[in-house]
Design a protein around this ligand. Structure first.
Ligand SMILES: NC(=O)c1ccc[n+]([C@@H]2O[C@H](COP(=O)([O-])OP(=O)(O)OC[C@H]3O[C@@H](n4cnc5c(N)ncnc54)[C@H](O)[C@@H]3O)[C@@H](O)[C@H]2O)c1
Ligand SMILES: O=C(O)C[C@H](O)C(=O)O
Length: 308
């Protein structure tokens, strides 16, 4: 299993590290445009192999896509991250050109690849890959919901004063400060609805904190987060590489599901060796449907800024 990670910055390197530590891929190629940068990150990571006990071979490449040839999965993290006070949507001007060029280069050398889009604004970048490549829809996946759900579980555990392994929950919708839809009604602690343990007011606070999870960290760090994003991507890569049939919320092209069309937005999907093997349509209540449709309007507005 060969995995390419384009962008050897904070998220790309973290993602490569988690993939290697989980020890399921034979090869990870890190690629960046900065001279020697990916090679340096790859060498540093390889020097952790004996310490962390993995056999994955990590190599670096300065913009040489020939080295990515025959990749089964490619992760796109190239592009600029936001600074405190910015929205993800403001990154579109620079990142759209990068994502378009990178996805085309990847496919030239790996026609059977499954692409995972991370660069922001992620739902719109995922849609851009659909519009500008001829890959089938099951092989274009946007990563956002897996990260947002991990943040939701963190906030739920905090509110419940419970270990994170006790809680379960999912965030659907757009990967944006306003567009996320944390499914508080369905969140559980050991199969018991969390509403049995905490007030509606506290649960609303959990949802609000979850939605601004990325912005909160960006303010604290001066740039956006990387550990949880890297771990979330590695989870999707592993589910595909190991044909796990695991369910994650991912950004996927909708064609009527949830009453939505012609956009990519986060919904639960089953991931296996073919990428997105199924879009799971869950029963939403009226309020959740309204939130999802409002989120979709926001994503479509951003998609409208693309030069297609
Ligand atoms: N979807 C998510 O959940 C999620 C989570 C975190 C970050 N992000 C996004 O991921 C992106 C990367 O974030 P980061 O913190 O790693 O940024 P970073 O600046 O640390 O790394 C980005 C890297 O991309 C490289 N790059 C730029 N143009 C390139 C090109 N044409 N080809 C190859 N490499 C190129 C840069 O040289 C840099 O090393 C940002 O857009 C950020 O908003 C998304
Ligand atoms: O917040 C960001 O801009 C980066 C990423 O989308 C995140 O949620 O951490």
């Amino acid at each position: 299993m060969k995995v390419t990670v384009v962008g050897a910055g904070a998220v790309g390197a973290s993602c490569a590290e988690y993939i290697a530590i989980k020890n399921f891929a034979s090869e990870v190629v890190l690629l960046d445009i900065k001279e020697d940068y990916a090679e340096g990150k790859a060498m540093d990571l390889m020097q952790t192999a004996s310490l962390n006990g993995f056999d994955t071979k990590i190599t670096g490449s300065t913009n040489d896509y020939a080295k990515t040839a025959g990749s089964d999965i490619a992760v796109i993290t190239s592009g600029i991250p936001r600074k405190p006070g910015m929205t993800r949507e403001e990154l579109i001007g620079i990142n759209a050109g990068i994502v378009k060029e990178v996805s085309s280069n990847i496919i030239k050398h790996s026609p059977d690849v499954i692409i995972i889009v991370v660069s922001n604004p992620m739902d719109t970048m995922t849609y851009l890959v659909h519009k500008t490549t001829n890959l089938p829809k099951n092989r274009i996946i946007g990563m956002g919901g897996a990260l947002d759900s991990a943040r939701f579980k963190y906030r739920l555990a905090e509110a419940l004063e419970a270990p994170i392994s006790d809680v379960d929950g999912m965030v659907i919708g757009g990967h944006s400060d306003k567009g996320m839809v944390p499914l508080t009604r369905l969140a559980t602690r050991n199969s018991v609805l969390v509403s049995e343990f905490i007030s509606d007011e506290r649960l609303n606070q959990v949802a609000a904190d979850t939605k601004v999870g990325g912005a909160t960290l960006t303010k604290m760090l001066g740039t956006s987060a990387w550990y949880a994003p890297g771990a979330a991507v590695s989870g999707l890569v592993q589910a595909i590489a190991c044909d796990q049939k695991k369910m994650f919320p991912c950004s996927t092209l909708l064609e009527g599901e949830y009453g939505l069309n012609d956009l990519c937005i986060g919904t639960p999907v089953i991931l296996g060796r073919n990428g997105i093997e199924k879009i799971v349509e869950i029963e939403l209540d009226e309020n959740e449907k309204k939130q999802l449709h409002e989120s979709a309007e926001g994503v479509k507005k951003t998609n409208g800024l693309l030069d297609l």
